[in-house]
Design a protein around this ligand. Sequence first.
Ligand code: ATP
Ligand code: MG
Length: 505
Amino acid sequence: MSEGQTTTEVILAAEGVSKSFGSVAVLFSVGFELRKGEVHALIGENGAGKSTLMKILSGLHQPTSGTVKFDGEKIDLPPFGQAEDLGIVLIHQELNLAEQLTVEENVFLGREMVNGLLLNRKEMEQKVQLYLDELGADISPRDRICDLSIAEKQMVEIVKAMSRDARVLIMDEPTAVLTDTETQLLFNQIEKLKNKGVAIIFSSHKLSEIKQIADRVTVMRDGQWIATKHTEELTLDAMAQLMVGRELSKLYPPKNEVDVDAEVVLEVKNLYTDYVKNISFQLRKGQILGFSGLVGSGRTAVFEAICGLAEIESGEVWLHGKKTRLHSVAQARDAGVAYLTKDRKEKGLLLNQKMQPNLTLLALPNFVKNFLMDDKAEQRATARGIRRFDIRARDPNITAGDMSGGNQQKLLLAKIMEINPEIVIIDEPTRGIDVGTKQQIYSFIAALAADGMSVVVISSEMPEIIGICHEVVVMYSGRIQGILQGAEINESEIVRYASGLREAS
Ligand SMILES: Nc1ncnc2c1ncn2[C@@H]1O[C@H](COP(=O)(O)OP(=O)(O)OP(=O)(O)O)[C@@H](O)[C@H]1O
Ligand SMILES: [Mg+2]
């Protein structure tokens, strides 16, 4: 057999693997086989157990029962690190880099190349540069991680794995943070690795990507194995249906009309910051306004400035017809503006706290009675949030950091709704969210707008921008390139503005 062809030879397998955290069972006798040289997708709803299975296969978690086999041999993978010696590398859903170190230092952390007693910086840098070039990543080995965007950090994780000569590469939602172009670059890389005989496990909620890149698909639901099939046997609908176990209705709710004379609740005039130039736009009551553009085009920077998280150099912000300057998220909140960041790990949640303190954090004054915290009211709010957003955690006392990625996102949404905002700004609302829940979030956003709230949706997913927004601002390189309405809101128009091919008239 020639090199790089998919075989039926199994390199890594789980047999009857179950996992409990304390008394809470999350995996139930799962079987899984990864063949040499295949790309095997793992799909399922938020909380289905994908990340947990991946962590077991890479030795980060011990199964409660069942076995893991590598090259046909039963193996015990713990503790940390041993799996990498076998060539099993996991890239986490929430990335795992030393923020203060450089790209090169991260790639070679713990395995530095030496020349006698000295570190061989030059050679390490060259090696890293080579990988970066291969990936088409525009960063330098000397850049510090904390100065990189999430997409760039993801690239570093991939370089790290490449430099480790991985035989099995396990990627937990690697494309959740990538743009379409970056995703294609990653897929080229995956193809190359596959042709070298590397076996790859890959999870994603973007089913069309799975269709494109995976040889086989395993579906999980509620901690159980549901099916393993060749990708060509499955349509996108069939995948979605296997995941949720029921038929899905339309993904996007119908768009309601926005009154052209509706009150302008937010107006920005000629805003300049370090990153963005001459930003002007209006947001009306009941409107859903999209911000589209490539990663790094300045979408997030605009709203960080408006909400007081970044310095404004010049320009004006008007709220309800009054000139305002917000200096912190707390001030924004008091002015009725809720801002939901896209980096839930860094800015959004208290990861070592339970759901309740996370949920009520922004709205604490609402939960005080006679100068004391009203625990009952907090509990009611938590129960309401869990119901409203369908937050799934088997253990109600789980800490936020242990919740599945998608459920963390739902918790964040529930949290900002506690302050009854008039303007809701959501950066990447459905990152890491499964199809069933996406549909819930879209109808939720539509309902907010129908109730007279105004919503800003910053998103790299073009279909969702097109599917739910009344108006779309497209940014390119720190500027607004175009503002689209009605029938202009389509993929080719957005791409032309977002890539700088077309300018605002
Ligand atoms: N360390 C932990 N302690 C307690 N429960 C945990 C822990 N890690 C995961 N869980 C629970 O295990 C279940 C499966 O979570 P997992 O992260 O594997 O889901 P997932 O399929 O990756 O979901 P997502 O698509 O949202 O990332 C969830 O109910 C989660 O809350
Ligand atoms: Mg996960």
